[in-house]
Design a protein around this ligand. Structure first.
Ligand code: URP
Ligand code: ZN
Length: 456
């Protein structure tokens, strides 16, 4: 199938160019200028931006959390993703204690069958010992070249010493490890204190984990990476204090990758006081306008590497488990469909970013670091034909009822977005047409190369 996209604003890596793009089968055949047939289908993209398919670096589909499981599995989550312009998700396969990395990998492979966008896995590790380390070459062979460790959650938490060892080991393999940065001891002490004082409502989730709780974690990560001589990747950065510490680490020559999320750009702490405040219980919690502004300015300055969603959805019934105790509420929110439209509205229309930078944040840099470039993240001849036609003039409000998420609530309910993904090509096939998913289940596993450490 040859698809010809005409009259587009092509979002290239350093400029936007008015022109055409031709696909041939699974790849891009020609980019730029006026292209005339032969082809099987013509799409007029007049007035629209054409981006390389967006990559969401941070999703949790079909994740067991305590005694419950996320509302979205791969079938529902990837439908929402692709309609929002995300053609690849990197989900966190999770190695529970006592499980091998290969078992976790196979478990996630099975979960991800019938996905509607392409998918790869980071491996979240809950153990670091000789047996697990011995499996890392197998992970690399299977296309898993990025890992994650948590400073929090009793079933996942690992020590700073382990984080140091993992950074050092993985750097030699040109792999990377992302760290969930929060001070678990302090936040637990504060949770205990708040509960003892009868402060059990949703807003106290944020009170239990103030900015400094994240900043402490970021600081420990930066120091561990400095001493280990390897890269540091902060997942879901949410605070100006954490940002300042990461900035200082870069100033002393460190290789630092920063991910933030749409919720930390448009939502704020006061929202916990809403009647459905539990839907905002996520970690890190929502912050202040000052934090939003600091992150947006950092995005504008090229300091934030990419935006992932941390999509981890729960229904209001699931959230209600914590109605008398915020600390029992499952953490996470729905957002995989809404990332591009929010970044476009808040950051591009808001005057912080241009369109080229939006492409970098939503696609190109993630492709580079996570071993996908130039197969993905680029509009180049030979690259995969994962393509988003984005309409910048499509005002609409976000609603849980119209999102494809399998979730009855949205943290972004009522958010007025200025544009949206109109059409999406996945592996050369038109899967979303005029905002409708016309070909579900076409996602494939993405076998990734070692990391392209562009800040080394
Ligand atoms: O609250 C969140 N973000 N839940 C998902 C797991 C994590 O911490 O990333
Ligand atoms: Zn997460």
């Amino acid at each position: 199938m040859r698809i010809l996209i005409k009259n587009a604003f092509l979002v290239l890596e350093d400029r936007v160019e008015l022109g055409d793009l031709l696909t041939d089968g699974r790849t891009i055949a020609q980019v730029g200028g006026v292209i005339d047939g032969p082809c099987d289908k013509v799409i007029d993209a007049k007035g629209c931006y054409v981006f390389p398919g967006f990559i969401d670096t941070h999703t949790h589909f079909d994740l067991e959390v305590g005694s419950t499981v996320t509302a979205d599995n791969f079938v529902t989550g990837t439908k929402a993703a692709v309609v929002g312009g995300t053609t690849t998700v990197l989900d966190f396969a999770t190695q529970e204690r006592g499980m091998t990395l290969m078992e976790a990998f196979h478990k996630w492979e099975n979960k991800a069958k019938n996905s509607s966008c392409n998918y790869g896995f980071h491996m979240a590790m809950s153990e670091w010992n000789d047996a697990r380390i011995a499996e890392i070459p197998l992970m690399i062979e299977n296309g898993v070249t990025s890992f994650k460790m948590y400073m929090v959650y009793d079933n996942m938490r690992l020590s700073d010493g382990v984080m140091y060892e993992a950074i050092k080991y993985l750097a030699k393999e040109d792999c990377i490890i992302g760290i969930h940065c929060e001070n678990d001891d302090i936040l637990k002490a504060r949770v205990k204190e708040l509960k003892a004082a009868g402060k059990t409502g949703s807003r106290y989730h944020a009170v239990s984990r103030p900015n400094i709780v994240e900043a402490d974690g970021v600081g420990r990560l930066m120091d561990a990476a400095y001493l280990a001589g390897g890269p540091a990747w902060v997942v879901h950065l949410s605070t100006k204090e954490g940002l300042a510490i990461a900035r200082r680490a870069r100033e002393r020559g460190q290789e630092v990758y920063l991910e933030s999320c749409p919720q930390y750009l448009v939502l704020e702490e006061s929202m916990y006081d809403a009647p459905d405040g539990a839907k905002f219980i996520m970690s890190p919690p929502l912050r202040s306008k000052d934090d939003q502004e600091a992150l947006l300015k950092a995005m504008a300055a090229g300091e934030i590497d990419w935006i992932g969603t941390d999509h981890c959805s729960f229904t209001m019934a699931q959230k209600a488990v914590g109605k008398d105790d915020f600390s029992k509420t499952p953490n996470g929110g729905a957002g995989v469909q809404n990332r591009a439209e929010i970044v476009y509205t808040r950051a591009v229309k808001g005057g912080y970013l241009d369109i080229v930078e939006m492409g970098q944040l939503l696609s190109t840099r993630a492709a580079k670091l996570f071993g996908l470039y130039p197969r993905k993240g680029a509009l180049q001849a030979g690259s995969d034909a994962d393509i988003v036609i984005f309409d910048p003039d499509a005002p609409h409000a976000i609603h849980a009822a119209t999102n494809l998420h399998n979730c009855d609530n949205s943290p972004y309910e009522g958010y007025e977005a200025a544009g949206k993904a109109r059409d999406v090509l996945l592996n050369g096939q038109l899967v979303v047409e005029n905002g409708q998913l016309v070909a579900p289940g076409k996602g494939e596993y993405v076998h990734r190369d070692r990391c392209g450490r562009y800040r080394k």
